[in-house]
Design a protein around this ligand. Structure first.
Ligand SMILES: Cc1cc2nc3c(=O)[nH]c(=O)nc-3n(C[C@H](O)[C@H](O)[C@H](O)COP(=O)(O)O)c2cc1C
Ligand code: SF4
Length: 493
């Protein structure tokens, strides 16, 4: 038990030790930490796993919905949960201890191939030879390799890695932090899960290189709470091969999708509600505990060891239309859902071919998670890369590719995605909080009445949400509905 005056960032952990926000827990944690009970309560209610502990959860992500989540929820008598990051095994439920309960056994991985940048099917190396290589190269030469690699952040925004790394290194404050974003909660996305399970040392080696380069002695890995297996895998790897000179803190998320947004994640580590901050300042300037912070996605860091070993030009040359290979998560109506490492810029048809083909007649796909909306099969030859998908009015995001065949009504599919955004909005901006609700109500009303008038405000509302939201969630929250209406008018007639 912690004593009065415990650190603020321990509040969430303390509530978790008490088994979640049961009656009396806020008061107990307040007595132990000196933080007001109302504050403890306010923080805890933000997080699903604290607010509603010890229940079975049934995934309501798009792929699980298509695979029969509605009947599963009746069978297991669980509560509805936003996407659980297991779309390759849909439909899925997890037990009270967050371990997988009902899940398909599928879940393919690209076969072992040494020519790949991450090679999830290959062997992990706990000796971290590339950390030594990076140090031998020296900071300037290493940065030149990172720059020539063309590596763009794999967490969704695609920001060039070298710019962020260099910005943190150049900050004059002597304390710098590095954070690994392993919150992976975008519906359709489950690649970081596999990196942590299969190649934890690759991730830790990338982190080690980032800490050396950024001058950091304290690093954080924020892993979504519904991933106990990947967390154990990272913990075991860290125990077997600690990063020299760096204390690595592993922090669990507690069931809030928005905590994947970088500033919300920082707030969460600091023991607060995971509400995004206004930017600027950016985390590279004012990040964790007010210090310059380098945050990267798991996959971004997992690319770094091979870039160090084989050079930036080698990595860049792996791509088809843009630099490097990419971990594509493929689920929905395809033969072998799973994680496929392929050249960045393959088309949907090429990706699905690697997975054994379509099931039924494909009708639509979502190329980058719920945030990417839907595209029609007319885009089946569009390169799945950052620029081409942006030009098509969508995004690669975290490359959570979901295929929908012609058994699915796009009005239903849009509704499932709108429910996700309504549930996951943190609520601090009115356009996002109210807009997400109005969009969901609009599609509900349309499905109830089949009167197109129910949808007449949807496009205007989308504009207001895009313009008036603090973070990316509000900006894209209407996209599933708006894109479905645009590309599939026959489903809204
Ligand atoms: C609503 C929202 C959710 C996000 N979720 C994640 C996530 O789960 N994992 C992730 O790495 N990045 C996520 N991001 C992107 C992060 O804010 C940030 O751009 C990323 O961690 C930076 O790492 P990268 O440059 O390596 O991509 C999310 C962004 C938004 C707006
Ligand atoms: S846009 Fe939505 S999720 Fe993002 S900060 Fe505003 S209310 Fe929260």
């Amino acid at each position: 038990m912690k004593k009065k005056g415990a650190r603020r960032d321990e509040v969430i952990e303390q509530v978790e030790h008490h088994g979640g926000l049961r009656p009396g827990v806020a008061e107990a944690v307040s007595a132990e930490t000196g933080i007001p009970a109302a504050d403890v309560y306010g923080v805890s209610t933000f997080y699903t796993l604290l607010r509603e502990p010890n229940v079975k959860r049934v995934c309501q992500g798009l792929t699980c919905k298509m695979a029969g989540a509605d009947s599963l929820i009746d069978t297991v008598e669980g509560v509805a949960a936003s996407c659980l990051g297991q779309c390759d095994r849909a439909p899925v439920s997890i037990a009270e201890d967050l371990t997988l309960e009902h899940a398909d056994t599928r879940g393919a991985i690209t076969p072992d191939d040494d020519a790949l940048a991450m090679n999830l099917g290959g062997q992990d190396d706990p000796a971290y030879p590339n950390l030594a290589r990076a140090k031998e190269l020296g900071a300037e030469a290493f940065l030149a390799e990172l720059k020539s690699s063309g590596l763009q952040g794999r967490g969704g925004a695609g920001f060039p890695a070298w710019i962020k790394w260099n910005a943190v290194r150049n900050e004059s404050d002597p304390t710098h932090y590095v954070i690994v974003n392993a919150d992976e909660a975008e519906p359709g996305t489950f690649k970081d899960r596999e990196v942590m399970l299969r190649r934890p040392h690759l991730l830790l080696e990338g982190l080690a290189i980032a800490c050396w380069f950024a001058g950091c002695t304290d690093a954080y890995i924020y892993i979504r709470g519904e991933f106990p297996g990947p967390k154990r895998s990272v913990e075991a790897a860290l125990a077997a091969a600690p990063i020299p000179g760096v204390t690595v803190h592993i922090v669990s998320g507690h069931g809030a999708y928005i905590c994947g947004e970088e500033t919300a994640l920082i707030e969460s580590i600091e023991g607060k509600r995971g509400m995004p901050r206004l930017k600027p300042p950016y985390p590279t300037q004012v990040g964790l505990f007010g210090k310059p912070t380098l945050m990267n996605n798991v996959e971004t860091l997992a690319c770094v060891p091979r870039i160090t070993e084989r050079g930036g030009d080698w990595f860049r040359g792996l791509g088809k239309t843009e630099a490097g290979t990419k971990l594509y998560c493929l689920s929905g109506h395809v033969q072998n859902p799973g994680v496929y490492e392929l050249p960045l810029g393959v088309t949907l048809d090429e990706l699905v071919e690697a997975a054994g083909g379509y099931i039924g007649t494909p009708k639509a796909f979502s190329p980058g998670g719920a945030s990417a909306g839907f595209l029609p099969m007319a885009n089946r030859s569009t390169p799945l890369d950052f620029k081409s998908l942006a030009d098509a009015g969508s995004m690669i995001g975290s490359a959570g590719v979901v295929v929908l065949n012609d058994t699915i009504s796009m009005a239903d599919a849009a509704r499932w995605q709108q429910i996700f955004f309504e549930d996951e909005s943190c609520g601090q901006c009115a356009p996002c909080r109210i807009g997400a609700r109005l969009q969901r109500r609009a599609i509900d009303k349309y499905l109830e009445t089949r009167d197109f008038n129910a949808l007449k405000h949807v496009v205007d509302l989308h504009w207001e949400m895009e313009e008036g939201s603090i973070c990316g969630l509000g900006m894209v929250a209407s996209l599933p509905l708006v894109s479905a209406m645009k590309h599939f008018p026959e489903d809204f007639s």
